[in-house]
Design a protein around this ligand. Structure first.
Ligand code: DX5
Ligand code: ZN
Length: 228
C-alpha cells in the first residue's frame, strides 16, 4: 500500500488566520494541506476561493490538495491551478465521463494531479471505474460535505475497503484519501480498510497542540499500517 500521508484541513482553523494554519501544517511535518472549497450550492456552506489559495501559496511550499465541492468545476479549474493547487479534486456527483475527460485534460495539460471524490452514499460510477488510471487520488468522504467537526460515518468502511481492493487488483498507484471525522481513535480502522491519505480538520486543528497532533496521527496510522 502507498505511504501514509497526513493532510490537515485548514477549514477547521480560524478562517481569519489561515497563515497560521499552513504554518502549523509545515511545523507538524504534514505531507499536504487540504483546502476545502465550497460554493453554497453543492454543499450548504461557503468557504474560500482561488484568491485565498493564492495568498496561502505564497506562504507555504507544501502540496496543495484542493477539494472542490462546487457545482461547476470546469468554470474554475484554471483559476485554482493559477492559484497554485497541485492536486484538484472534483466530485463524481456533478460529473459524467465526458465532463471528467474535459477536466482531466485541463489539469494534466498543466502538469497537475486529478482527484475524484465521492460523498458517503455515492458509489464509484462506472465511468469512473473506466478511468481509474487517470485519477491520482480517490477521495472517499466519511461525512457529508459542508463542515469540519462532524463525526465519521463508519458505514462507509466496506466501500472504502472495496475501493482499495479494486485499486490493488488493477495494480494502480492511486492514493486513497479519507476525508471527514478522522481522529486518533478511528485512524487505525481507516488505514486497515485501505485509506492512506488522511485528511484531518478537527483531528489536528481542534487539538490543544495541533503541531503535535499531526505527528501523533501519523504514528497511530503507521502502527495500524504495519498490522494491516
Ligand atoms: C467537509 C470537508 C472536510 C472537513 C474535514 O466538507 O471536505 O475536509 O473539513 O474536517 P474534519 O476532519 O473536522 O471532519
Ligand atoms: Zn475536504
Amino acid at each position: 500500500m502507498n505511504d501514509i500521508k497526513i493532510a490537515p484541513s485548514i477549514l477547521a482553523w480560524d478562517l481569519g488566520d489561515l497563515e497560521r494554519a499552513v504554518e502549523i501544517s509545515v511545523e507538524g511535518g504534514a505531507d499536504q494541506v487540504h483546502l476545502d472549497v465550497i460554493d453554497g450550492h453543492f454543499a450548504p456552506n461557503i468557504t474560500f476561493g482561488p484568491g485565498t489559495v493564492k495568498a496561502l501559496r505564497r506562504r507555504c511550499d507544501l502540496k496543495f490538495d484542493t477539494h472542490l465541492m462546487i457545482d461547476t468545476p470546469l468554470q474554475y479549474v484554471d483559476r485554482f491551478l493559477d492559484a497554485g493547487s497541485d492536486l484538484l479534486t472534483f466530485h463524481a456527483e456533478v460529473l459524467d465521463g465526458p465532463r471528467f475527460d474535459e477536466l482531466y485534460r485541463a489539469v494534466k495539460g498543466r502538469g497537475k494531479e486529478v482527484g475524484l471524490a465521492i460523498k458517503p452514499k455515492t458509489e464509484l460510477p462506472s465511468w469512473a471505474l473506466e478511468r481509474l488510471d487517470k485519477i491520482s487520488t480517490l477521495v472517499v468522504m466519511t461525512v457529508n460535505p459542508g463542515f469540519s467537526g462532524q463525526s465519521m460515518d463508519m458505514s462507509v468502511m466496506p466501500k472504502l475497503q472495496k475501493i482499495r481492493g479494486i485499486v490493488m487488483d488493477r495494480g494502480l498507484p492511486a492514493d486513497i484519501e479519507v476525508d471527514g471525522g478522522v481522529e486518533p481513535e478511528n485512524v487505525g480502522e481507516v488505514v486497515k480498510r485501505g485509506g492512506n491519505v488522511l485528511v484531518a480538520g478537527a483531528g489536528v486543528y481542534g487539538k490543544k497542540d495541533p503541531v503535535r497532533a499531526i505527528s501523533e496521527l501519523r504514528e497511530t496510522a503507521e502502527r495500524a499500517r504495519v498490522k494491516a
